[in-house]
Design a protein around this ligand. Structure first.
Ligand code: ZN
Length: 172
């Protein structure tokens, strides 16, 4: 199922790139999110498949029903939960992620935390987007605010997040 999700997501994210100067294919991001989860000891294949698919509703033409039909309802539910509503403004979406975080399912919370770990690594790392210090700092604090809302979800993953957050602050 994980390979099927990888093949599917790679096709859907075709031609999309991560922010930054290294022309990183978009698919590297969801693969990394799934890898972070696996390294933290999460081996539920439906959660890992949902991690691989976590941006396809938000960023491609894939719908909830597509995922339900091709994978299953549990995977589709989790992907939908972590998808931002693109009709909202960027600020509204950011606010909503903070407010909705406690209401997410356990599976969606895991993906949310791993996604933030990955994004912090990217924002503060060598594939650095041309962001100002303030913008990076703001991103770090917003990501922490989201993860703070769901404290107690998964100790290993949360420790990884807070380590990455501390490192991020030193690196920017
Ligand atoms: Zn993501």
């Amino acid at each position: 199922m994980i390979l099927k999700a990888t093949e599917f997501a790679a096709n859907k994210h075709r031609g999309q790139f991560r922010k930054g100067n290294l022309n990183t294919p978009y698919i590297n991001h969801p693969i990394k999110v799934a890898y972070i989860l696996e390294r933290a000891g999460i081996n539920d294949e439906e959660v890992l498949a949902a991690a691989i698919l976590h941006d396809v509703i938000e960023d491609t033409d894939v719908t909830y029903s597509d995922i339900k039909n091709i994978f299953n309802e549990r995977v589709a539910d989790v992907v939908l939960e972590v998808s931002d509503d693109k009709e909202l403004t960027k600020d509204e979406r950011k606010d909503r992620q903070v407010k909705n975080a406690p209401r997410l399912s356990y599976e969606a919370k895991l993906i949310r935390i791993a996604d933030k770990i990955c994004n912090i690594q990217d924002v503060c790392g060598k594939d650095v987007p041309d962001w100002s210090y303030e913008r990076k700092y703001e991103y770090l604090e917003w990501a922490k605010n989201v993860v703070d809302q769901i404290a107690g979800t998964h100790e290993v993953l949360e420790n990884l997040f807070y380590d990455e957050h501390r490192w991020g602050r030193l690196k920017i």
